[in-house]
Design a protein around this ligand. Structure first.
Ligand code: COA
Ligand code: HC5
Length: 628
């Protein structure tokens, strides 16, 4: 049975992360804070992956395409090419701590040229706070900073307790990558800057208000963190020295296509002052964005508006320039009680970020501002930028592109309150599988076909593990959704099909988190072919392969203790991004799509998911009554 690992309670005195001895061939500077005893990510058997790949295709490609792909797979298996690539992967697995993680970091993130805003950086919306003014905003921001610094103590002292999933310890390495780090654009490939071990650790955060960046030292000279009261006073000083709103939004450059930003970056840092300012942001522990008020919307649309604010900032005339999108962690606090964050995905998955949020929220609930002695603190340093005509031109271009992205992103948050994990559990069904079947049903109801569907699965049971994919669309899920739309079917039969489909999903999830899914293995074989300079095997070039990787539904479950909404953009122009947080009695679901695609509509899909969830509960209850 799977346990919800993101919710795993941290047992006091649980195993402390230890530094793993020996070289880490797959990363350069990362600290080896890691559990040496964790298993290494396996390379799944080649035949198993090939068979599962064909099974995956069944519900999403035509008979003809499937027949063709079967032949290619056979050739791949029997002709020796597959075997050779598999051997190469196994060799790589022996030589590294994790055969996949470096390749994954490069191919999923650092090589990806799309803007990080909207396309890869996820957002988190915290429940609306009760402050309504600037004082409230700054008091909240001060407490939040103090909370993150408290969390940082766990990291700095190596006392972060290890998380468990199904009684197995999880790799904690990602926790050590999220503070004091930043992505850096390159003309072809990006990198991540992370403070090297042994170097003096940074003691400042960056705060941005009205597009102006400040360095805020958050430690006293004796090494103690500033108190909430002190932080509040420093934030006030920042606020009062950044009242002008006519400043150039240099930060908006970070929202550009990565090649464009890579060029603009080199241009920007030619100037010494600019270079120093950029370095200060990159090295800071994290960033806090004090956002300008956004246009008011109805209560019904509030969460959708804030989700969009987290993903892109609302456009050049609102808060998109009040960001440094390359920064790994950016907390966002608005005047109207809005708060949340946006994070750059390359260094970490969502669960460590969410764990940090839960920790900070709990800390903030118990912290009251106490007046501290009036030790005069120096004025936070404002970061200067010299805006040359070239930089100005780059900023203007970035503003235009950001506005296009903002108009194109369609966001709709569904706060589903009828029930949560409780209902499927009462009916002995896996909540995750049940919710996924609702997504399948909703898609089928809108389009009368099903599509390739991705769900993130954690690989953190393994050293340096990141993710693999659970392929949600199966023969069983297709039969279930078809039965729901077929008036000739009885509810008893539909329920039986739902049970089979959820059972199948649960098995696939189990296999994925145990390193036996197909997506990363296929990626590995493909990259191995590139590395070996052999010609690309045909299985990676046929229509089926393209269809299987065109994820019209890109989904991810991220659970939290706090009642958060998490969100991310779609992966394909005609697809949906669906991030869901199932709580015991309700489910928060954020749906994104692109307005430029006529076929998709986030609000419509969210409403159809709502109806599917309602109907599926009715199905459970109807058949439960019938059985009595
Ligand atoms: N009957 C009753 N209860 C059941 C059940 C059944 N048939 N099947 C599962 N449950 C229970 C589980 O025991 C669990 O209980 P808990 O709430 O006490 O922990 C709960 O229902 C949830 O289980 P389930 O919904 O099946 O799945 P999961 O929470 O284990 O999640 C994944 C599955 C795949 C999402 C998870 O393993 C995972 O990998 N999560 C991380 C994803 C990720 O990294 N996302 C972010 C990427 S950046
Ligand atoms: C705070 C919520 C973060 C969710 C991030 C997430 O799910 O990222 C996925 C990671 C992965 O490798 O599957 C990627 N995805 C957003 C594209 C689903």
């Amino acid at each position: 049975m799977l346990a919800l690992f993101v919710r795993t309670t941290l047992r006091p005195g649980a195993v402390k992360p230890r530094r793993l001895p020996g070289p880490v061939p797959h990363t350069q500077e990362r600290p080896l804070v890691h559990q040496a005893g964790l298993p290494k990510l396996p390379v799944p058997p080649l035949k198993q992956t090939c068979e599962n790949y064909l099974a995956t295709l069944e519900p999403i490609v035509s008979e003809e395409e499937l027949g063709h792909t079967r032949e290619l797979v056979e050739e791949f298996l029997k002709g020796g090419v597959g075997e050779r690539l598999q051997k190469g992967l196994e060799r790589r697995a022996r030589k590294t701590h994790n055969w996949l993680s470096e390749w994954w970091m490069q191919s999923a993130y650092l090589d990806c040229r799309m803007p990080v805003a909207v396309y890869t950086s996820p957002g988190v919306v915290l429940p609306r706070m009760h402050f309504q003014d600037r004082q409230g905003q700054m008091r909240f921001a001060a407490k939040l900073i103090a909370g993150v610094l408290e969390f940082k103590k766990l990291i700095d002292s190596d006392t972060l307790p290890v998380e468990y999933l199904s009684k197995k310890p999880l790799c904690m390495d990602q926790y050590y990558q999220i503070l004091s780090s930043c992505r850096i654009p390159g003309p072809k490939r990006d990198t991540v800057l992370k403070q090297a071990i042994g170097k003096t650790p940074p003691t400042h955060i960056t705060v941005v208000h009205n597009f102006q960046f400040f360095v805020l030292d958050v430690y006293n000279s004796d090494g103690t963190p500033l108190t909430v009261d002190q932080l509040y006073m420093q934030l006030e000083k920042i606020w009062n020295t950044s009242l002008q709103t006519n400043k150039e939004p240099v930060g908006i450059l970070t929202s550009q296509h990565r090649n464009t930003w890579g060029k603009a970056y080199n241009n920007l840092i030619k100037d010494k002052t600019n270079k120093e300012s950029v370095r200060a942001i990159q090295k800071s522990i994290f960033t806090v964005c004090l956002d300008a008020p956004m246009p008011r919307v109805s209560d019904e649309l509030y969460m959708s508006r804030v989700a969009a604010q987290m993903l892109h900032g609302g456009g050049a005339r609102w808060n998109s320039g009040n960001r440094w999108f390359d920064k790994t962690l950016q907390f966002i606090v608005g005047e109207d009680g809005t708060c949340g964050l946006v994070y750059e995905h390359a260094p970490s998955e969502g669960p460590p970020i969410v764990f940090l949020i839960d920790y900070v929220v709990k800390y903030m609930q118990k912290t009251e501002i106490v007046r501290s002695p009036m030790v005069p603190l120096s004025m936070p340093q404002k970061l200067r930028f010299n805006i040359t005509p070239e930089v100005k031109r780059d900023i203007e271009k970035a503003k235009q592109n950001m506005n296009i992205m903002v108009h194109d992103l369609d966001v709709n948050v569904l706060m589903f309150t009828d029930y949560g994990k409780n209902v499927p559990k009462q009916h002995n069904l896996s909540p995750d599988a049940f919710i996924q079947m609702a997504f399948q049903l909703a898609y089928f109801r809108m389009y009368s076909v099903c599509c390739a569907t991705y769900e993130s699965a954690s690989l953190r049971m393994f050293q340096y593990g990141r993710t693999d994919a659970i392929r949600v669309t199966t023969k069983e899920s297709l039969k279930f959704v078809q039965s729901m739309q077929d008036p000739s079917k009885q509810n008893a039969e539909r329920l039986a099909l739902l049970q089979k489909a959820t059972q199948r999903h649960k098995e696939n999830a189990y296999n994925a988190i145990h390193g036996q899914a197909i997506d990363r293995h296929l990626l590995g074989l493909r990259l191995q072919a590139i590395e070996d300079l052999t010609s690309m095997p045909e299985i990676f070039m046929d229509t089926s392969f393209a269809v299987a990787h065109h994820y019209n539904l890109l989904t991810s479950q991220v659970g939290s203790k706090t009642d958060c909404v998490m969100c991310f953009g779609p992966m394909v122009p005609d697809g949906y991004g669906v991030c869901y947080n199932p709580m015991d009695e309700h489910i928060n679901i954020a749906v994104t799509a692109f307005n430029s695609c006529e076929e998709t509509n986030a609000a419509k899909y969210a409403q159809t998911v709502n109806d599917a969830l309602v109907d599926m509960r009715a199905l459970l209850e109807d058949t439960a009554t019938a059985q009595q």
